[in-house]
Design a protein around this ligand. Structure first.
Ligand SMILES: [Zn+2]
Length: 532
């Protein structure tokens, strides 16, 4: 069995979870679910980053120990996961004793391999980034470009990681593996940083205590970024009690990150792994920012949209769909309540929701829910040919928005097919019963196939839909027209009820094609009531 390992960054516990965290996690979850559909053994990791000065400062300001604050906030991140339907296999916390032991083990090996030395570091430091800022990244007025607060000049004894030793190995890595970092703009950005000349970086902090202790010098703790990066490796050693999964899943197949942590993942991380003699991940995919009022949603800015409120009103599926549909994954994009509501209404309710309810309603009305197995209509089969393979290739390239668009075109195609074939006309003519069987059977297959392919994006509603079709199998091998058998169809409540029209209204329950091509609005006058 082949294996697939996908990660999110671990989230810094110094803030409450917000839409940005949900976004990254949802994307990684789509990838994980897709690979499970391929029949692969998947390990999907997320968790929390709990060390460093900002956590210690925030805890002390609240009169708490850092561990107490970390416990409290890690709980909030872990509570987010079921709400967004994340199917992670483990939740790592960097205060886990097994993680700490693994960090000490790996970084000791880096030192034994000759890439650690003692020195003094001086630089401009942002306490909220928990990071020194290179001169060329400091905003006018000596401000942090992210937090807009004044940087402080810091000097301290430190052990250094000899990043400069990996200048040439990293350039070679980038030359040999052009998809190591994607999208291409991020690859170029990281490569140009490498080419600008790598300088050694501090590996430890002297004055801090809230971190992983340095085993060879108890006055130091490891710099939080090295501790954090190693979560991807350490988790495998203890996630499953009694089993070390490292050999099975390392190296990781895909790290999904946001662009603000590109350098750590594209430069420090591969260098650190090389220094430790470990294999490098296959790929780092860098997504953009969700913008509201032109600024990214960050852990430290106040302009956050609460994903919990969206989920409570519209469901997690709708949030997942919207984020991957409306903003091209990999690029920055604006999100807003109004564009969410528009997508919800025009696409989820009117396109997929309508396709589902009209198809199921017609099968029940005209064939009592049992439609004979038929050879799919070539007119629709042609438009579905190669779809599953195409979607797989796109997801391999982490083109989650393009893959979704490919599937969505078939949702629309199925709605057009209904209009073209007008089953309600065929139903009036007894001599065309065979044609009606074929149209209904083809339509149900189309609905089944798009449901299987949409499953990673819309896990709950596609399960409802596939159950209603009596075809719950999620395997991608079945995502071809004619590959499955729809058994007995049962009608369902609207998957995406329209909130503007209070429940129970006629506009809510009558399947009706909207936004389809052709002027003939001879949509089926099939209502669930008439089949009851
Ligand atoms: Zn900062």
């Amino acid at each position: 069995m082949s294996h697939y390992y996908v990660t999110t960054p671990i989230y810094y516990v110094n803030a409450a979870p917000h839409l940005g965290h949900a976004y990254t996690t949802i994307a990684a979850d789509v990838i994980a679910r897709h690979h499970r559909q391929r029949g692969e053994e998947v390990f999907f990791l997320t968790g929390t980053d709990e060390h460093g000065e900002p956590v210690a400062d925030a805890a002390h300001a609240l009169g708490l120990e850092p561990q107490e604050l970390a416990d409290r906030n890690a709980e909030r991140f872990s509570a987010l996961l079921p709400q967004i339907e994340a199917s992670n296999d483990f939740f790592i916390r960097t205060t886990d004793p097994s993680h700490i032991a693994k960090v000490q083990e790996v970084l000791t090996r880096v030192r034994e391999n000759g890439f650690v030395y003692e020195g003094t570091y001086e630089g401009w430091y942002c306490p909220r980034c928990a990071d020194f800022k290179p001169e060329n990244e400091i905003d006018p007025g000596n401000l942090c470009p992210i937090h807009h607060i004044e940087l402080t000049r810091e000097q301290e004894d430190s052990y250094f990681f000899e990043l400069s030793a990996f200048q040439e190995p990293l350039e070679r890595l980038y030359a040999e593996r052009e998809t190591f970092i994607a999208p291409r703009t991020r690859y170029n950005e990281a490569l140009s940083f490498i080419r600008s000349g790598l300088r050694d970086v501090p590996l430890t902090r002297h004055r801090l205590t809230w971190g992983v202790p340095v085993p060879w010098d108890d006055e130091h703790v490891f710099y939080v970024w090295f501790d954090a990066l190693l979560n991807y490796y350490s988790a495998l050693s203890y996630a499953r009690p009694g089993v070390d999964l490292t050999e099975r899943f390392w190296p990781a197949d895909c790290h999904v990150i946001a662009k603000d942590i590109l350098r750590f993942h594209a430069v420090y991380w591969p260098a650190l792994l090389m220094a430790a003699g470990l294999e490098l991940p296959e790929r780092v995919f860098v997504h953009g920012y969700l913008l509201m009022d032109g600024e990214k949603m960050s852990k430290s800015l106040g302009n956050v949209l609460d994903p919990f409120a969206v989920i409570e009103r519209f469901g997690a599926d709708a949030l997942r769909f919207y984020l991957l549909r409306d903003v091209s994954f990999g690029q920055d994009g604006s999100v807003s309540t109004s564009s969410f509501e528009q997508r919800y209404e025009s696409e989820l309710a009117n396109e997929l929701g309508n396709l589902a309810s009209r198809t199921l309603a017609m099968a029940v009305r005209y064939r009592d829910g049992v439609v004979p197995a038929v050879e799919p209509d070539p007119a629709l089969a042609a438009d579905f040919a190669g779809l599953s393979e195409r979607v797989g290739e796109l997801i391999d390239r982490t083109e989650l928005t393009v893959a979704l668009e490919e599937i969505w075109q078939r949702v629309r195609r199925c709605n057009r097919y209904v209009e073209e074939r007008a089953p309600w006309q065929l139903a009036k003519d007894e001599s065309r019963a065979g044609d009606l069987d074929r149209v209904l059977g083809t339509l149900m297959e189309g609905l089944r196939v798009v449901s299987v392919l949409l499953h990673p994006y819309l896990p709950a509603s596609t399960e409802t839909l596939l159950d209603a079709l009596g075809a719950p199998d999620l395997a991608l091998t079945g995502a071809r027209l004619g590959a499955g058998t729809v058994a007995r169809v049962t009608p369902i409540e609207p998957l995406f009820p329209k909130h503007a029209e209070p429940g129970g209204g006629a506009g809510n329950s009558t399947p009706r094609a909207r936004g389809t091509s052709g002027g003939g609005s001879t949509s089926p006058a099939v209502s669930p009531e008439s089949s009851a």
